[in-house]
Design a protein around this ligand. Sequence first.
Ligand code: NAD
Length: 458
Amino acid sequence: MPNGRAKIEIINPTNEENIGYVPAGSTNDIDMAVKSAKEAFKDWSKSSVAKRMEILNSLSSAIKERGEELAQVITSEVGTPIGYSRTAMVGTPRVVSRSYSRILENFEWEEEVRNSIIIREGIGVCAFITPWNFPLHQIIGKVAPAIAAGCTMILKPSKEAPISAFILAEILHDIGLPAGVFNLVSGHGSEIGEYLSSHPDVDMVSFTGSTNAGVAVSHAAAKSVKRVTLELGGKSANVVLDDAEPALVAKRALSACHQNNGQTCSALTRLIIPEHMKEEICKIIADKNDSYTVGDPLDESIRCGPMASKKQQESVTNYIEIGINEGASLISGGLGMPSNLNKGFFVKPTIFADVTTKMKIWKEEIFGPVLVITTYNNENEALFLANDSIYGLSGGVWSGSEDRAIEFAKGMRTGQISINGGFFNVDAPFGGYKASGNGRELGLHGLHEFLEIKSIQK
Ligand code: NAD
């Protein structure tokens, strides 16, 4: 239970109605949560691998059992189209939880190197600070490997979409995770997030969110020399090589940008195409974007819901205005609400062509359904454009030859790349180069982030 009575209102971005409140936790709440996690670490760090596997499998089953409830909650908080909520927001965390049980089956906790035994053990008390855009997925990407590693944790979810975190807390209690292993404190990032990051009894902070807040977390954590992993923003390039099939690329490029209403850190928001394909690709994309259905995310025919908050709606609208003022060619969408809607935090899915590298809409993460398109004349220029970003989270390459696309991908300074629309893989490491962060989540690499290494010489 929280110490204070302050609370945070949760708004449904589709109809602007209140859907509940969560406590605005205080630094006292953080102190209590850290104390509880520190105490629980003594036993949980020594728990058997079999027990951790059992918990991870039960977690996966419980997410499945409460799947529809979780999907409805996330759609009501974030505005994600319900079908995508079911698969990406709930289905992926379910699979990720189970994947860590599988990883534990064969994990080598000890190895011998000449006269040394190298031992891996849980790093300790972990603080998790998470965003609103994939609320449960971002949390499970930290909670599941932490459970596997024998760590204990304090979670501070985003204030815009915290309800699935409360359902997760219920689930973890119900499946028998020992008291104190998982602790939840909701609240404002600036008030308790930095305090949590600086706490001397926290051994590691794993942060997912904007680059500015990630830098603040790093500063706060620096004095106590704890491990900090950061999963931050992106402005990822989708590169079309000159032997790609234009119609296929155009079709997939739109969903790669607009999924989750364009509020995806790894969205492919910069489309880089050969000059000679410009007319054909831009026409198909503009036509498809003109008929992209926007509206109530509970309606299964809708492809784009609202922005998650009024602040987010204003920010995306501002970027669309900037793009127009910067002189990019607006080929679909634009300012204002879609004509069929009169409430909710909606924007029009928007496409800009003739975007130059000097423009803000080329450089900055917009975090909405806004695709920017530019052209190139040779492959070197395409690679320069792909890498022309402070970010490096994700990317795409399209080519008639997979080998050629892979060679091109090797030159990209980014954390994960999809070739010809290759699917997301929960066992592959996810994370960024440059200002997109450090550290990796998911799969075996995600587990290593939560481990300390000890070497004993004989
Ligand atoms: P945000 O940075 O505003 O908030 C993220 C979390 O940090 C929230 O819990 C917030 O309360 C907390 N926070 C804010 N300021 C803080 C501070 N000074 N100290 C400590 N904590 C603080 O981000 P958001 O708007 O919730 O999410 C969108 C951003 O997250 C985008 O930039 C997106 O690209 C990024 N993101 C990255 C990944 C990834 O894996 N790389 C995944 C999802 C989202």
